[in-house]
Design a protein around this ligand. Structure first.
Ligand code: ZN
Length: 494
């Protein structure tokens, strides 16, 4: 397969022609959520970014194995090597088993993803299900001389590794600066160097989540799970590793070090990172009071929200920006996204209604123009998955589709091939690749209530033909009208 796709590789800081290690197979690993709270806009942006990449690669004909993990152990407060486990802490607070917390928030995460029309990954492994693999990898790193054991914990030796490897290449950080900037924290006495990170931590007596290991009872370090699980399901070297930009350092930098120290090879060929979402120009954070969960967005229940926003509006809002640009949330931006989404939804509706008759005389200039507009729609996606450009180009194509719909232009001036190309380009890109599914914008109940008002007026005016017509319409839908002394209502036909 000859690739026309260009991807921006964080590792090389360049756009590269996408050439998988063993085409048409593509292995993609994306860091998933730590399931101790509800999904927010940051989660949605990461999930939608890699959903588009997954969908578009499949559309281009690649066979993609997409692995997105669930972090359910080892992620400590402040992303540090000390402190409480985020899930353990929540479990203690709520008096639950840690796995109850994990199950509860995993289910909720899945429901939000389904609403956003994000496809499930091919494999969704969890850290706690891969303790053996993580212990094995730690042993391998110790054996190769890049880790040391102190008081029941195992630390990665960054200085030793950096002597023969480029630590900091992915995130663009310089080791000396990192050393100077690191703080002296509790427990760092165990480390040879403040930059060393935990592969395995000894569990203190009050720590709930713990497993046996060659070094005593403990739990894996946060960075280790992704190295162990990506190698298990995608091999020691695979094509794409992705995640949010905030994970670049230390998480991804440490993943590269772990993989090289154990498997003696770089884990991923392409590293892709999505940018962050700001809220009214500010960073999103719990302490800033601008932390909005997806459920709050769907219901409109948050003091920063002027109204509720539908999942497809939010999906469209995220796709309107290229994944590497920052994206600022505001009510105005979401209202504009809502309009944009509805335009696309109307386009999907009308193009499904358009039919073509092959007998009329053809207009070659128009045929050429439509073909060109269709081809252009792919350029954005082929240039590092730039959905913003593709959406703008789809709107240009939609202008023409609207002219055919309103009969300003005669659709029969197109040849059959061009007509089908226009229809497929629009439908495949909007529905399959961008995943803008048709959302029920109207509420069916309000239509039923409206029809009942017409029924009542017809009855009062003794227009019995109309009354029968409405009654039979309800019957066909499996509903009955109930005429009662105190008023009219409807019910399901029993
Ligand atoms: Zn990860």
């Amino acid at each position: 397969m000859v690739s026309r796709l260009k991807v921006y590789n964080t590792l090389s800081r360049e756009k590269e022609i996408f050439t998988p290690i063993s085409s048409p197979y593509v292995g993609m690993y994306v860091c998933g959520p730590t399931v101790y709270g509800d999904a927010h806009l940051g989660h949605a942006r990461a999930a939608i970014t890699f959903d588009i990449i997954y969908r578009f690669l499949q559309h281009l004909g690649y066979k993609v194995r997409y692995v997105r993990n669930i972090t359910d152990v080892g992620h400590l407060e402040n992303d540090a090597d000390e402190g409480e486990d985020k899930i353990g802490k929540k479990a203690k607070l709520e008096k639950l088993e840690p796995m109850e917390v994990v199950q509860y928030f995993t289910n909720r995460y899945h429901r939000v993803m389904e609403k956003l029309n994000v496809k499930s990954p091919s494999i969704e492994p969890s850290a706690s299900g891969h303790i053996l693999e993580q212990i094995k990898m730690t042993e391998e790193i110790i054996k190769n001389g890049f880790a040391y054991v102190t008081r029941g914990s195992v630390y990665f030796d960054v200085n030793k590794y950096a002597a023969s490897n480029d630590y900091g290449k992915l995130s663009g950080r310089v080791l000396d600066d990192l050393v100077a900037g690191s703080r002296e924290l509790d427990g760092q006495k165990e480390k040879k160097n403040s930059l060393d990170f935990a592969l395995w931590k000894k569990a203190s007596p009050e720590h709930i989540m713990r497993w046996d290991s060659p070094w005593g009872e403990g739990f894996p370090g946060w960075h280790l799970e992704c190295s162990a699980m990506s190698a298990k399901y995608l091999g020691k070297t695979f094509d794409i590793h992705g995640g949010g930009m905030d994970l670049m350092f230390p998480h991804h930098e440490c993943e590269i070090a772990q993989a090289k120290a154990s498997n003696k090879t770089a884990p991923a060929k392409y590293w892709l990172h999505n940018n962050m979402i700001t809220i009214n120009g500010q960073k999103m954070g719990k302490s800033l009071g601008n932390f909005i969960t997806m459920d709050e967005l769907f219901s409109g229940k948050h003091e920063l929200l002027e109204r509720a926003y539908s999942p497809m509006t939010i999906r469209f809002f995220i796709l309107q920006a290229h994944y590497r640009s920052t994206l600022d949330f505001s009510n105005e931006a979401l209202l504009a996204a809502n309009k944009g989404y509805k335009k696309i939804a109307n386009g999907i509706k009308i193009i499904k209604q358009l039919t073509h008759n092959g007998t009329a005389e053809k207009d070659n200039k128009l045929i050429e123009e439509i073909n060109k507009l269709c081809d252009i729609c792919y350029n954005g996606l082929l240039d590092d998955f730039n959905t913003a450009i593709t959406i703008a180009d789809l709107f240009n194509l939609l202008k023409k589709i609207n002219s055919f719909y309103t009969r300003q232009l005669n659709i029969d001036l197109l040849d059959e091939e061009t007509f089908l190309k226009m229809k497929n380009t629009f439908l495949i890109l909007t529905e399959e690749v961008l995943g803008l599914s048709n959302e029920n914008i109207a509420r069916p109940e309000s239509f039923i209530d409206g029809l009942l008002l017409i029924y009542k007026a017809a009855k009062d005016n003794k227009e019995y033909d109309k009354v029968d017509q409405i009654r039979s319409f309800f019957k066909n839908e499996g509903l009955v009208i109930k005429d009662m002394k105190h008023g009219i209502d409807w019910a399901y036909e029993e």
